[in-house]
Design a protein around this ligand. Structure first.
Ligand code: ATP
Ligand code: MG
Ligand code: FE
Length: 345
């Protein structure tokens, strides 16, 4: 099926068009620069930016693909989870287009879309896969038996998201926002074993209770304490060592738990998505540990890992292919839409 997808859950306005697993348009506008001076995404600013970017981004997708909304079989839109005001802009646009052109409308889950997008890159997955989603807003470990009907949340962060931890630690180290890429770069000259930072929820009762959950706020506090302590002692800190040691702690835990989950659930394919999938250390550990366990790692190209409309279209195409009933035209947004809920009623 030929499907258009609209994404507006956070700071990216995205419109994608796919035919099955073939990518035809991938138009994107980001309000990231407008959030830089606040050190994080400001919901109200993001909503306004979506409003301004929506029509130009739609036009860009039409121009890229030579396809107009009149031509598509269905319109898919992220209806959750995400920022309510931001989601509302995409959903309102999708409803207007669906109504005006008499197209079926599908409100779909953003997390499932992060997984589905890999089909555009590496082809359909028919077997059970695991997915690690790591971005500024989420950190989830999913077991995907079927991308439309059967996704289980194995674990998630109990405090900060992985990307959020990178951003907060970057701030402590006087690195610009968003901090992930800067920590990644600076860490290349550092020693990942220089400082033994805590690995949250990896031992004793914490591990028993939170087998596949993550916690990064204790790690962030430990980095803050380390920096303050060194300053009090009148020592200059090695930004490279702190960055490398912090990054190692995050990526060690993420990959250790993920691979353990794959082994326990007899999964031989792991998909990694979200902006943190760009991280060099994460990729290194994932490849190394997955190879040892006989697991294949699939990471879509970065432009498809971060938020975009193509991922929504990819999931929409899968939903249409299965003959799922469309969502109602009064479809609400759901800021905390659970991953067990792939298509809104
Ligand atoms: P959402 O959570 O809704 O997917 P988002 O905008 O918060 O949206 P992304 O755009 O997917 O998330 O990713 C941005 C995050 O990824 C930021 O926190 C950023 O610091 C982090 N990031 C980007 N590149 C790297 C990297 N090389 N290493 C670590 N983190 C990175
Ligand atoms: Mg983003
Ligand atoms: Fe996302």
């Amino acid at each position: 099926p030929l499907v258009m997808g609209i994404e507006s859950s956070c700071d990216e306005t995205g419109v994608g068009i796919v035919r099955g697993t073939e990518l035809l348009a991938h138009a994107l506008s980001s309000s990231m620069e407008q959030h830089v001076r606040f050190g994080g995404v400001v919901p109200e600013v993001a909503s306004r930016a979506h409003l301004e970017a929506m029509v130009p981004t739609l036009e860009q997708a039409y121009a890229e693909s030579g396809i107009r909304v009149q031509d598509v079989d269905a319109i898919a839109v992220t209806s959750g989870p995400g920022l309510t005001g931001a989601l509302l802009v995409g959903v309102a646009a999708a409803k207007a287009l669906a109504l005006a052109h008499d197209k079926p409308l599908y409100g779909v889950n953003h997390l499932a879309a992060h997984v589905a997008v890999d089909q555009l890159e590496h082809g359909r997955f028919d077997q059970r896969v695991a997915a690690l989603l790591v971005s500024g807003g989420h950190t989830e470990l999913l077991l995907v038996d079927d991308i439309v009907t059967d996704i289980t949340m194995l674990g998630q962060t109990i405090d900060d998201a992985a990307g959020e931890a990178f951003d907060k630690v970057a701030r402590l180290l006087d690195l610009p926002y968003p901090g992930g890429p800067h920590i990644d770069r600076v860490a290349r000259d550092g020693d990942p074993t220089a400082i033994a930072f805590p690995r949250g929820l990896t031992t004793g009762r914490d591990l028993d209770k939170h087998r596949y959950d993550f916690s990064f706020s204790g790690l962030k506090s430990a980095v803050a304490r380390h920096v303050q302590h060194e300053q009090r002692m009148g020592r200059s800190i090695s930004t490279a060592d702190v960055a490398a040691s912090f990054q190692d702690a995050v990526c060690d835990v993420l990959t250790k738990k993920t691979i353990a989950a794959c082994v326990e659930h007899d999964v031989d394919t792991l998909i990694i998505g979200g902006g943190v999938a760009a991280n060099g250390r994460l990729r290194h550990y994932a490849e190394e540990r997955a190879a040892k366990a006989g697991i294949k790692v699939r990471i879509p190209r970065m432009g498809l890992c971060t938020d975009n409309g193509a991922m929504v279209a990819a999931l929409g195409a899968e939903v249409v292919r299965r003959g799922v009933a469309p969502s109602a035209l009064d479809l609400p947004v759901d800021s905390s839409m659970p991953v067990t809920h792939v298509v809104a009623a």
